[in-house]
Design a protein around this ligand. Structure first.
Ligand SMILES: Cc1cc2nc3c(=O)[nH]c(=O)nc-3n(C[C@H](O)[C@H](O)[C@H](O)COP(=O)(O)OP(=O)(O)OC[C@H]3O[C@@H](n4cnc5c(N)ncnc54)[C@H](O)[C@@H]3O)c2cc1C
Length: 403
């Protein structure tokens, strides 16, 4: 039976972050990163991850692009350009990150990749056992700790359960059509979905003819894939007016936006990370930067001789604020104006810190005071009236029981 200090399950955004930072600890733990082979349907295809970062970052040499400004278009056609200083918005392809982290793992003594599908994790006294299946054979990996990013069903107890769902096309246009100076974070000139929810365009320019262009919806359930094609094509042709274009690659996703509490441990030595551990910010669908932050903190803990227990992904007050925003979105009390105003009325650096979960109470108060008061108050009352019990459950944190 192979034995390691830490087994990381899943080589997605979170698994790669933890493997990378744990391997960087001098004389650090042995790490096994378990990931299914390419034929396994559980393994997602290549994706694009974007995140804000101040100063140089661990993956700067892997970036596809980065920008120091970002644009927002309101529904009535007003564009505002926001300087991101002191941060940059960075775009990283998942396959580039995976190649780099797997290379580093292979060079770290005692560490490496394990190809296979995890079917079971059992906590034993003082360690855990991970059952891995591959090519019809089953093996057991013994680990001091397990950091598990396998997706799991949405936890119960959410008062509002929305989904950020989207399809994006990498397009190459015949003639120059994009401004490479700034990505378009939110473009509300797109057609809005029928019923509840809101939609926006998202555009990451690689140069003046190549870009990733997405049609994104905050709604109650994902759509069948063909349903994105008409609004996405209309966005490209009628709003962006790019002329003739070719689609060179496609990516799509559905990211949970829920105020359900995410248990962070399934056993004394079996901890959840990534989406499964609550790393997705409920009101934005972003998780990449948070997983990096948790992984760095966990590596620091290990370097100081403490157990590899990731810190809480977001402060409780952020989760409470997000619950209010989700509720207001779900009830149609806020819409495109809320987001365009968020960027227009506040210092961009504060908004970015707020969205990333790194803002302080003074910055949050400043953002809060510039938010529409009535819909937020009504949503607060909703939550308080109907779901006081689940608000208590949300603040309970099983990971605090982890030694
Ligand atoms: C297309 C797309 C684009 C996104 N873009 C951004 C973005 O720009 N910025 C941002 O912050 N967030 C983004 N998100 C949201 C979120 O950050 C990503 O979903 C991110 O990949 C979540 O990381 P994760 O590690 O939790 O899950 P994943 O990255 O999905 O990783 C889970 C891993 O577990 C593995 N796995 C599954 N089952 C098993 C098993 N039984 N045994 C072993 N391994 C298993 C899978 O193969 C996979 O590699 C995006 C999401 C999608 C879908």
């Amino acid at each position: 039976m192979r034995s390691v200090d830490i087994a990381v399950i899943g080589a997605g955004a979170a698994g790669l972050a933890f493997a990378h930072h744990l391997c960087a600890v001098p004389g650090g733990p042995s790490v096994a990163l378990v990931e299914p082979d390419r034929t396994d349907p559980r393994r997602p295809g290549p994706r694009t991850w974007c995140y804000w970062e101040t100063g140089p970052g661990a993956f700067d040499d892997l970036l596809t692009a980065s920008w120091d400004h970002a644009d927002v278009w309101s529904a009535d056609g007003l564009r505002t350009r926001h300087p991101l200083g002191p941060s940059r918005y960075k775009m990283l392809r998942s396959d580039h990150l995976a190649d780099a982290v797997l290379g580093r793992l292979a060079r770290t003594p005692g560490s490496g990749r394990v190809t296979g599908t995890v079917t079971r994790v059992r906590t034993r006294p003082g360690h855990a056992e991970v059952t891995v299946e591959h090519a019809g054979a089953s093996s057991t990996l013994r680990a001091g700790w397990v950091l598990d990013s396998r997706p799991r069903p949405q936890p119960p107890g959410g008062r509002t359960n929305l989904v950020q769902h989207f399809e994006g096309w990498f397009v190459r246009t015949e003639r120059p059509a994009f401004d490479p100076a700034a990505p378009l974070l939110m473009d509300f000139r797109v057609p809005q979905p029928p019923g509840t929810g809101l939609a926006f365009g998202y555009l990451l320019p690689l140069d003046d003819r190549n870009a990733l262009v997405e049609y994104t919806v905050f709604g109650r359930a994902p759509w069948p894939r063909p349903a994105y094609h008409q609004p996405l094509a209309a966005y490209l042709c009628e709003v962006l007016r790019v002329g003739d274009y070719q689609v060179t690659a496609v990516e799509a996703g559905a990211v949970p936006m829920t105020d359900a509490p995410h248990p962070r441990a399934d056993g004394a030595r079996h901890l959840r990370i990534g989406t499964a551990g609550g790393a997705v910010r409920p009101a934005t669908g972003y998780s990449f930067a948070t997983s990096q932050r948790q992984a760095r903190a966990t590596a620091r803990a290990v370097a100081a001789g403490r157990p590899p227990v990731p810190p809480r992904p977001y402060p409780r007050r952020h989760l409470l604020m997000d619950a209010v925003v989700l509720r207001a979105l779900d009830q149609g009390r806020i819409g495109p104006d809320f987001f365009t105003r968020l960027f227009r009325a506040n210092r961009t650096a504060n908004v970015l810190r707020f969205l990333d979960g790194t803002s302080n109470p003074a910055q949050e108060l400043a953002v809060g005071l510039r938010s529409p008061l009535r819909p937020m108050l009504r949503s607060c009352l909703d939550l308080a009236r109907h779901h006081l019990g689940s608000a208590r459950a949300q603040t309970a944190d099983p990971a605090t029981e982890v030694p």
